[in-house]
Ligand binder design. Structure first.
Ligand SMILES: [Zn+2]
Ligand SMILES: [Zn+2]
Length: 302
């Protein structure tokens, strides 16, 4: 599982950073995109990601720096003859934004496009992954997304099965699922007796723009990786919070209080250049040492 940061700037882009977009690459489930700021399709081309693998887009809120890239990404995906379906999740209004942008510009998409306007709670669950939306504290309705991979059965001990004279065959698939099978010679074999410990699923919390909020702790509770905005430095808490944003230290406090294992900070004000990053990182790490800062095209393995 990988996170690829396509844009890490808040509000307006800078020469070093584009506006927000984060791709989550999931084994056997394609790529999911979280937010789609202007020129995300350009960033896509400069990354190792392939638009044809994009299956879902989750929008945190309707501010321009999080959605202005949608019409271009959708229509270019269509012009590239990609036919795989795409689902867009987002707060109320996301459907009108996409429909109006496409219809007023005389555009359309050639692939099945589903737009789902969400409320808080579980918004997706296919038995492999579950996505839960949490309402955050911003100046417009904004959600954070908790992505949880289900635990997988442990590895089948094929050597032990062989040692006990159980022949390999199509029933191995069922044994891997923990099922009990009956061999051609009549023996009953319970798969669960031959499975190692369950493989723990990964969990990721991707915040939208937000001031510190009670929901943040639940959103990121014990996650493997938490992605949180750090729009401004610690000394500018009042300004950040009055605009529905967080500081470095506030993001780090949420990570610590939620029991997150790692924090990746992103969504930095364009006032900050490369030279400011060590200072912002130090502010986060003063509270939560397991912090890393995102930058455009950074890839983090989860
Ligand atoms: Zn923003
Ligand atoms: Zn915003």
């Amino acid at each position: 599982m990988y996170l690829t940061f396509l844009g890490t700037c808040a509000g307006t882009p800078s020469l070093q950073r584009n506006v927000t977009a984060i791709a989550l690459t999931l084994p056997a489930a394609g790529d999911w995109l979280f937010d789609c700021g202007e020129a995300t399709q350009h960033q896509y081309m400069r990354s190792a990601l392939k638009p044809g693998k994009l299956e879902k887009i989750f929008i945190t809120h309707l501010h321009g720096d999080h959605i202005f890239g949608l019409p271009g990404l959708l229509t270019s995906r269509s012009m590239s003859s990609i036919s795989q379906p795409l689902t867009v999740y987002g707060p109320a209004g996301i459907r009108a934004f996409i429909d109006n942008a496409l219809s007023l510009s005389g555009s359309w998409v050639s692939f099945p496009l589903e737009i789902i306007e969400i409320d808080e709670g579980v918004i997706f669950d296919d038995g492999g992954y579950r996505v839960t939306a949490f309402p955050l504290s911003h100046v417009v309705p904004c959600f954070g997304y908790r992505i949880e991979q289900y635990d997988k059965p442990g590895y089948l001990d094929a050597a032990r099965l062989k040692a006990e004279g159980i022949p390999s065959g199509p029933w191995f698939q069922q044994l891997k699922q923990g099922a009990t099978i009956i061999l051609p010679d009549g023996r009953h074999v319970a798969g669960r007796d031959y499975l190692g410990p369950a493989i723990k699923g990964k969990s990721v919390a991707i915040f939208g723009d937000t001031a510190p909020s009670a929901a943040g702790r639940l959103l990121a509770e014990n996650v493997d990786v938490m992605v949180h905005e750090t729009t401004l430095e610690a000394a500018m808490a009042e300004k950040a919070n009055s605009r529905g944003h967080s500081t470095t230290v506030q993001a780090a406090c949420t990570a610590r209080d939620a029991g997150a294992k790692r924090l990746i900070a992103t969504h930095f004000s364009s006032r900050y250049g490369t030279g400011d990053m060590p200072r912002l990182l130090a502010e986060c790490q003063s509270v939560f040492p397991a912090t890393e800062l995102a930058y455009d095209f950074a890839v983090f393995e989860i």
